[in-house]
Ligand binder design. Structure first.
Ligand SMILES: Cc1cc2nc3c(=O)[nH]c(=O)nc-3n(C[C@H](O)[C@H](O)[C@H](O)COP(=O)(O)OP(=O)(O)OC[C@H]3O[C@@H](n4cnc5c(N)ncnc54)[C@H](O)[C@@H]3O)c2cc1C
Length: 416
C-alpha cells in the first residue's frame, strides 16, 4: 500500500520529534518514522534512568501526532518514496533524515559472538534498550568495566557507581573528557568519580574481551592485566548514522552534507541532528540538534505554505554549543554533579584567563577572554553563572568595561 505525506522524517529522536512538533505548531503536519520500540525520549537523560533516579516515563518526549513505528530500509530519490522493513512504501515531497548516531564499537578481540552479537554483559550506551539492559544487570557489588572516559563513559560510570556497582573506568587518553574539558576540570571529574568509588585508569587501552558460555568474564588490558567483569559498557564515541543516505547516493562526509538551509545535495532531502554535517562540523550534541530542528521547521513551513503569520525563517549558521552534563543523586558525593563547557577552554598566548577554584567544595570556574570577548569557559560543580556566561559567549558582545558577566562570575555564588 502506498500512502502520501508531504514531509516525512526518518528518526524519532530529539531532532526528529522536535522538528515534527514545531512543524505541527506551524500548520505543516509531518510523518515521523522511528525504529525504537519505546515512546520517543530525551536521550541526554538516559544516565539518570540508569542511575535509578528517573523511570523511563519521566524522560519521554511529547510524541508527535504522526508517529509511525518502523525502520526505513531504503530511499528511492527518483520516485520520492521510502521503503520500510515491513515492506510498506511511503511517498514524500520533502524527506528529512534525523537518524542520529551509532555507537562506535572498538576493535577488541572477542567482542562479538560467532553470531555477530555482543556477548551477554557487554552493552553500548546509546538507546533506552541499552540502558534498560544495563539497569537490569547491575546489582550492588557487580563488577563493571566502562571502556572510554568521554562524556558517555563518565555518565555511565557515575550512574553504575550510584547503583552500587564496583566500577573500573578505562580511558585510553591521558585524562577524562579531554574533548570538552581543560586539565583542571578533568582532574575534578576524576576526583568526583573516585569519591564514588570508581577506579579510574587513564592511558589505559583495553585489548580483549574474554567470555565463557557466551557471557563476559573479564577484559584484558594492553599490558596483559585482566580485569574481572560481569558488565562491560562500551562508551567509545559515536559515528553519524549515514548508511541510508550513502546508499541513496547523497553526498556524505563524516555526516550527511547539508547547506545553510539544512538541504542535502538533493533539494527534496534535508538532514538534521547528529547525522548531519554542516560547514565541516558534526556536533553530536543536543543543543545543535534542537537548533537545527527549529530552523528547519521554519524553512519547511514557509515552503509548504503553512503559518503565514509565522516569523520569517532564518538560515542555519552553526551552533555555539554549550556542553552540559548534569547528574543528580542523593547526598554527599552522590549529590548533584554539574559541569558545563563552551567554546575554547584552552587559552592562546595573549588571552586573559580568569580562574576560581575551591578545592574543599570541588568547584572550578574558568573563562577565557580574547580582545574583550568571552571565547570559552568551563564550570564544574557550580553552575549558578552558566546562563549569564553562555549568553555573553553566544552574543559575542564586547565585555563592558565594568566587568559585566565576568564580575558576575567572580562574585555570584549561585545561591549555594
Ligand atoms: C547516554 C547519552 C548521554 C548524552 N548526554 C548528552 C549531554 O549531556 N549533552 C548533550 O548535549 N548531548 C548528550 N548526548 C548526545 C545527544 O543525546 C544527541 O546529540 C542527540 O540525541 C541527537 O539527536 P538526534 O535526533 O540527531 O539523534 P538520536 O537522538 O540518536 O535519534 C535518532 C533516532 O533515529 C532512529 N533511526 C535511525 N535510523 C533509522 C531508520 N532507518 N528508520 C527509523 N528510525 C531510525 C534511531 O533509532 C533514533 O531513535 C548524550 C547521548 C547519550 C547516548
Amino acid at each position: 500500500m502506498t500512502s502520501k505525506t508531504r514531509v516525512v522524517v526518518i528518526g524519532a529522536g530529539l531532532a526528529g520529534v522536535t522538528l515534527a512538533r514545531r512543524l505541527g505548531e506551524l500548520g505543516t503536519p509531518a510523518l515521523v518514522v522511528g525504529d525504537e520500540e519505546h515512546r520517543p525520549y530525551n536521550r541526554v537523560l538516559l544516565a539518570e534512568v540508569l542511575a535509578g533516579r528517573y523511570g523511563p516515563e519521566v524522560i519521554a518526549l511529547p510524541a508527535p501526532a504522526g508517529l509511525l513505528r518502523g525502520r526505513v530500509t531504503g530511499i528511492d530519490r527518483a520516485g520520492r518514496t521510502v521503503r520500510c522493513a515491513d515492506g510498506s512504501v511511503i511517498a514524500y515531497d520533502t524527506l528529512v533524515l534525523a537518524t542520529g548516531s551509532n555507537p562506535v564499537l572498538p576493535p577488541l578481540r572477542g567482542l562479538f559472538t560467532p553470531d555477530h552479537e555482543l556477548p551477554e554483559g557487554v552493552h553500548a550506551f546509546r538507546t533506552m534498550d541499552d540502558c534498560l539492559g544495563l539497569s537490569k544487570a547491575v546489582r550492588p557489588g557487580t563488577r563493571a568495566v566502562v571502556v572510554g572516559g568521554g562524556l558517555l563513559g563518565v555518565s555511565a560510570a557515575r550512574a553504575l557507581a550510584v547503583r552500587g556497582a564496583r566500577v573500573v573506568l578505562a580511558q585510553q587518553s591521558e585524562r577524562l573528557m579531554e574533548r570538552h574539558l581543560d586539565p583542571a576540570a578533568s582532574a575534578l571529574v576524576r576526583r568526583h568519580l573516585e569519591g564514588l568509588g570508581v577506579e579510574v585508569h587513564t592511558e589505559c587501552r583495553v585489548r580483549d574481551v574474554r567470555c565463557a558460555g557466551g557471557a563476559v568474564r573479564s577484559v584484558e588490558l594492553a599490558d596483559g592485566y585482566a580485569l574481572g567483569a560481569d558488565l562491560v559498557v562500551l562508551a567509545c564515541g559515536v559515528r553519524p548514522r549515514t548508511g541510508l543516505a550513502r546508499d541513496a547516493g547523497l553526498a556524505v562526509g563524516r555526516g550527511v552534507l547539508v547547506d545553510d538551509e539544512l538541504r542535502t545535495c538533493d533539494p527534496h532531502v534535508r538532514a538534521v541532528g547528529d547525522c548531519a554535517e554542516h560547514a565541516g562540523r558534526v556536533y553530536g550534541l543536543a543543543a545543535p540538534a534542537l537548533e537545527q530542528a527549529g530552523v528547519l521547521a521554519g524553512l519547511l513551513a514557509r515552503d509548504e505554505g503553512g503559518a503565514q503569520s509565522a516569523p520569517a525563517p532564518r538560515a542555519y549558521t552553526g551552533t555555539r554549543a554549550l556542553t552540559r552534563l548534569t547528574l543528580t543523586g542523593a547526598g554527599g558525593p552522590r549529590g548533584p554533579f554539574d559541569l558545563a563547557a563552551f567554546g575554547e577552554t584552552d587559552p592562546r598566548p595573549g588571552d586573559d584567563v580568569v580562574q576560581l577554584a575551591d578545592a574543599t567544595r570541588g568547584t572550578y570556574r574558568k573563562v577565557v577572554v580574547r580582545d574583550d570577548r568571552l571565547v570559552g569557559g568551563v564550570l564544574v560543580g557550580e553552575l549558578g553563572t552558566v546562563g549569564a556566561l553562555a549568553r555573553a559567549w553566544e552574543g559575542a558582545e564586547p565585555l563592558s568595561s565594568d566587568g559585566g558577566p565576568l564580575l558576575h562570575l567572580l562574585t555570584h555564588d549561585g545561591g549555594s
